[in-house]
Design a protein around this ligand. Structure first.
Ligand code: GTP
Length: 311
C-alpha cells in the first residue's frame, strides 16, 4: 500500500461492520464506531471491561462458548441469530428484524503481538452492503440515514431533522447555531491526487470531526460532496465560534498534503457560522441561506477561516 498517513484506528472506525478486539482476559481493547453507533455505548465506556459483562443483558450462551473455544483451542466460530434473542443489543431497527440479523465471527489473531488477541466481527445481514445508506431510527422516531463513505448523517436526514428541531427550538425559545464547513480547493485535490485519495481525505476529516464533537446534542451531516453541516445547541455565539475554529484547526492539523491548493501546502477548510436567538430575531426561515452566505464570505476572504453572521 502507498505510504498514507492514516492510523489503524481511523480505518477500523470507518469500516462498515462491527469490530471488537479482546485481550487474553477477554477484556475489550478496541470497540469501533460501527458498534458504538448501533449499541449507543461509546468505546470509552467499555474499553478495559470484560466482554461478558459489558451489557445489561446476560451474555448469550452460544457466544460465551464460542469465545471460550477460541481462547482454549483457537477454534474459529461463526454465529448467526436474529431477533428476538440477539447476541448484541444492536439498534438496527426495521420492523422485521428489530435487532438486525447478526452474523458474528470469533477468531484468534496470532503472531500480531506477544499475547494472542481475539477479534469479533459483527455484520448485519439484514442490511445489504450494496445499499447506499443504512437505515435506523433516531430517538425521536425519525428514520436515520448514514452516509456510507463518512458514517455521518445524510443531507436528507439532516433536512428532516432540522425541520422538526427548528420548530422545537422556536417553541422553547432556545438559541442555536448552524455551521457549514467546506473543504478548500477539493476539486484540485481530486484532479492531482485522484478520487480515491479524495475519498480517504473525506473519511479522515469526518472521523476527526466526529471525535471532537462529543455532545449528543450536536448533529453533523454530510451536506454535499465535500461540504458538512453542524447543528449546535446549548452553547453561545462565542462557543459556536470557538467550536468552528477548533474544527478548522483540526483539519489543518491532519496535515493532508495539498500542493495544489493555493491556500496552504496542506488541506484546509472554510467555515460559515450563523447564530439564531428566537427570543431576539425569530428569523429562522432563511438560516440555511445565511450560513451558506457566511461560508461564501469565508471563501471570498481567502479561505482557511471562519466567518460568523447573526440571523
Ligand atoms: N473524492 C471525492 N470527491 C468528491 C466527492 N464528492 C464531491 N467531490 C468533489 O469535490 C469537488 C468540489 O469542487 P468545487 O465545488 O469546485 O469546490 P472546491 O474545488 O473545493 O473549491 P472551493 O470550495 O471554492 O475552495 C468536485 O471535484 C467533486 O467531484 C466524494 O465523495 N469523493
Amino acid at each position: 500500500m502507498k505510504n498514507v498517513n492514516i492510523s489503524i484506528e481511523e480505518i477500523v472506525d470507518s469500516i462498515d461492520c462491527g469490530v471488537i478486539l479482546l485481550d487474553q482476559n477477554k477484556h475489550i481493547l478496541l470497540w469501533n464506531d460501527w458498534i458504538a453507533v448501533r449499541t449507543g455505548v461509546a468505546a470509552s465506556e467499555v474499553v478495559g471491561r470484560s466482554i461478558l459483562t459489558s451489557f445489561n443483558e446476560p451474555s448469550n450462551k452460544q457466544f460465551a462458548t464460542a469465545l471460550s473455544q477460541a481462547f482454549t483451542s483457537g477454534t474459529r466460530s461463526t454465529l448467526t441469530n436474529s431477533s428476538p434473542h440477539p447476541i448484541f443489543p444492536l439498534n438496527i431497527s426495521d420492523k422485521l428484524h428489530p435487532n438486525g440479523e447478526q452474523t458474528i465471527s470469533v477468531k484468534m489473531l496470532k503472531g500480531w503481538t506477544v499475547e494472542p488477541l481475539c477479534m469479533i466481527q459483527i455484520t448485519d445481514s439484514a442490511a445489504s452492503p450494496a445499499k447506499r445508506h443504512v437505515n435506523e431510527h433516531h430517538d425521536d422516531g425519525n428514520k436515520v440515514e448514514l452516509d456510507l463513505l463518512t458514517n455521518l448523517y445524510t443531507r436528507r436526514f439532516f433536512d428532516e431533522y432540522y425541520r422538526i428541531e427548528l420548530g422545537r427550538l422556536q417553541r422553547l425559545q432556545q438559541p442555536f447555531f448552524l455551521l457549514m464547513l467546506d473543504v478548500d480547493c477539493f476539486k484540485k485535490y481530486n484532479e492531482n491526487y485522484g478520487e480515491e485519495a479524495g475519498d480517504v481525505a473525506l473519511i479522515r476529516i469526518a472521523y476527526s470531526m466526529r471525535k471532537i464533537l462529543r455532545r449528543t446534542s450536536d448533529v453533523i451531516a454530510r451536506y454535499g460532496g465535500e461540504e458538512f453541516i453542524f447543528l449546535l445547541r446549548d452553547t453561545t455565539a462565542h462557543g459556536a465560534q470557538i467550536t468552528a475554529e477548533k474544527l478548522r484547526k483540526l483539519v489543518s492539523n491532519l496535515e493532508i498534503e495539498h500542493d495544489y491548493s493555493g491556500v496552504d501546502d496542506h488541506m484546509t477548510v472554510s467555515i460559515g457560522v450563523v447564530g439564531c436567538d428566537p427570543q431576539k430575531s425569530g428569523n429562522v426561515n432563511q438560516l440555511i441561506d445565511h450560513v451558506q452566505l457566511a461560508l461564501q464570505n469565508a471563501k471570498n476572504a481567502g479561505r482557511n477561516q471562519v466567518c460568523y453572521v447573526e440571523a
